[in-house]
Design a protein around this ligand. Structure first.
Ligand code: CMC
Length: 371
């Protein structure tokens, strides 16, 4: 039995290798360290889907397909507006699911169909998020612009003004860093759904739902609650001590795969270091102080920071409201989900594990009025 499927290898993949010993992430053979600051989310998407970097015309084509697909169908706009005060991950899950309704050919799971539909969903997820944020704040939604890249347009729709190049770069890097991470829970969820030959809207909806939990993508938000609770760097020692004494798990730490600090942390930290204002700096200093305490006490057990320890602080710098942090993660990780769905359907076999039955047998049924 493999509780939590620990150590189980479900298939072969060319998409991503997470080396938990050395602390390296390889996207189709390229080290993520070489892509951050140089590549773009669009280019990475092409790489994950095609196992090779695009030529210029191929990249231009994908960028155009994405930038011209950002508008939401009117029924999805109405849905987001009617649920503006609901949890952003609930709205995102519902919106991704609802996109199937305006696709006459939603069940096409050919390679071309998957690319076309995934492009549409990926293009629209930032529009869903930005629209909900603005409705919540009583602001008019901002229509997407076709002349901006995926990351810059996302920030533009959120804030109603064009981001600086520096801000757009930081957002692009967060999207690259969260885009893919092997057979994590939400990706596995998308693959399980795809393996039944369900359509891609179902697969991506499953994945959004799975990302929501605080043991996975939801940790980006629980980390912020933790940083608020700790309050300042000088309180980190007593706070961590108490949590460890109570055997509570500390958000933003631990990972099934890494035995070393998550390599994405340093990229988030570098952006924060450069861009943080005073408030973000307090979060950052608090996060670092908590990290020092946790590593000192639990490092020998292999408990190190994961990327969620820092992502919220960078989102704060980019003025993303905390309730939307996990949804930003979804906006990024849909790249990996879609890539794995495509790979699964290239050589599909339905996912169907077993469970060991430990209940009783041969119980005698007694009608309800005789029990
Ligand atoms: N704080 C304190 N102790 C921890 C932590 C933590 N964050 N994480 C694991 N441990 C301990 C755990 O108590 C257990 O100790 P013992 O063997 O003495 O009972 C041991 O380490 C193994 O933990 P586990 O829960 O069996 O490990 P897992 O591989 O099943 O869970 C995890 C991995 C990420 C769910 C877990 O580390 C955790 O809950 N972390 C906090 C939530 C979090 O930050 N999640 C984000 C994950 S990374 C990005 C993403 O996937 O979204």
């Amino acid at each position: 039995m493999h509780k939590g499927l620990e150590g189980v290898v479900v298939d072969e993949s060319r998409i991503c290798e997470v080396d938990g010993e050395s602390g390296d992430i390889w996207y189709a053979g390229y080290n993520v360290d070489d892509l951050v600051g140089r590549s773009s989310y669009e280019e990475l998407l092409y790489l994950l889907w095609n196992d090779q970097l695009p030529m210029e015309d191929e990249l231009n084509e994908l960028e155009e397909d994405l930038s011209t697909s950002r508008e939401l169908p009117s029924d999805v706009e109405a849905l987001v507006d009617s649920q503006a005060d609901a949890g952003p991950m609930d709205v995102m899950r519902t919106a991704v699911s609802a996109l199937a309704a305006s696709d006459d050919d939603a069940n096409d799971i050919s390679r071309e169909g998957l690319v076309e539909k995934s492009t549409g969903v990926i293009a629209k997820m930032p529009t869903v998020l930005a629209r909900q944020h603005r409705r919540r704040e009583g602001l008019e939604p901002v229509a997407p612009r076709e002349d901006l890249g995926h990351a810059a347009n996302f920030l533009y729709m959120l804030h109603g003004e064009e981001p600086t190049e520096r801000e757009a770069r930081a957002m692009d890097d967060t999207l690259i860093l969260y885009a893919e991470h092997g057979m994590n829970a939400s990706t596995f969820s998308s693959v399980v759904t795809a393996s039944t030959e369900a359509n891609v809207y179902s697969s991506l909806t499953s994945a959004v739902g799975t990302l929501q939990g605080p043991l996975h993508g939801g940790a980006t938000e629980t980390v912020v609650e933790m940083l608020e609770e700790v309050g300042s760097a000088d309180r980190a020692e007593s706070w961590v001590e108490e949590k460890i004494d109570n055997r509570e798990k500390i958000p933003g730490f631990g990972h099934r795969v890494y035995e070393v600090p998550d390599p994405r942390c340093r990229h988030f930290a570098a952006h924060i270091d450069e861009l943080a204002d005073d408030e973000a700096r307090t979060w950052y200093d608090t996060a670092n102080a908590v990290r020092e305490e946790v590593e000192a006490r639990l490092g020998e057990k292999g408990i190190y920071p994961n990327t969620d320890l820092y992502s919220g602080t960078l989102y704060r710098v980019l003025e993303v409201p905390p309730a939307f942090y996990t949804a930003v993660f979804a906006v990024s990780r849909v790249a990996g989900w879609s890539a794995h769905v495509m790979e699964q359907l290239e050589d599909n076999r339905i996912m169907r594990p077993r469970v060991k039955y430990v209940g009783e047998k041969n119980r005698e049924y007694v009608a309800v009025d005789e029990r």
